[in-house]
Design a protein around this ligand. Structure first.
Ligand code: MLT
Length: 238
């Protein structure tokens, strides 16, 4: 089993694992944490979209619209990408059309894998169980921020590799980005939340008030949403 890390969506096309693999799209703050929260709250499906224009046909078909740009919920949308907002609502049966700055872009980029999953700390154990069952090579795609590297997604990647390592006794030698993610996780695993207080997107979100702060704290909690969203034909379901 090979496990590879793409540190940004821009690097994903240069990965070495390209066949018969699972790609996990990771955007801890907050897009993939929010997807897990929406499903945990009962959401039926999430359609990830990379442009705001693409949301409108779904609105016309009765989808609820969830849209964020630059960390802020867009005016006129029903939801944003706040995981704590989803967790506080009854989302039973809701179909979401969802567009965010980075996270939905990387979910869509990951669609070329044989199996595309969504990952965060919120679903990490359920996700790793699924990866073990699959037994295929894995690419961990970190969303970062506008194609730049970010600390928090890299930590999630490192934590996933850490959980897969004992299982994959035949884990192939890791590439440098996977080593770096794993080492960073080992260094910070006792308190990843405090370590990431220096992260640029944490600073960005902290300027947006108390709900964003609650979202940050929620995102660093493990296994709050034991769901494994799967992308099939452009739609995320469980
Ligand atoms: C994204 O997709 O870039 C994020 O979810 C941004 C955010 O935290 O609002």
């Amino acid at each position: 089993m090979k496990v590879e890390v793409s540190l940004t969506p821009a690097l994903y096309p240069y990965r070495t694992v390209t066949e018969h693999h699972v790609t996990v799209a990771i955007d801890l703050l907050r897009a993939t944490t929010a997807v897990c929260a929406a499903f945990q709250a009962g959401c039926r499906e999430v359609v990830p979209l990379d442009s705001l224009e693409a949301l409108e046909p779904y609105r016309a078909q009765g989808y609820a619209v969830a849209a964020e740009r630059g960390g802020k919920k867009l005016p006129g949308s029903d939801y944003g990408n706040s995981p704590t907002e989803y967790m506080s609502k009854d989302m039973c049966g809701v179909r979401l059309a969802y567009s965010t700055t980075n996270g939905t872009v990387s979910i869509l980029r990951a669609a070329d894998a044989d199996l595309t999953l969504v990952g965060a700390f919120a679903n990490i154990d359920a996700l790793c169980e699924r990866l073990k069952e699959e037994g295929r090579d894995v690419v961990l795609l970190c969303s970062g921020w506008r194609n730049d590297f970010c600390l928090e997604d890299t930590l999630v990647a490192g934590a996933i590799i850490d959980r897969l390592s004992p299982f994959a006794s035949h884990l192939s030698p890791l590439g440098d980005s996977a080593h770096m993610a794993l080492d960073l996780w080992y260094l910070t695993q006792n308190d990843p939340y405090t370590y990431c207080s220096k992260a640029s997107h944490v600073h960005r979100l902290q300027g947006f008030g108390t709900q964003a702060q609650a979202d940050i704290e929620f995102a660093f909690e493990m296994n709050t949403c034991p769901v494994v969203p799967i992308l099939k034909k452009g739609v995320l379901t469980l």
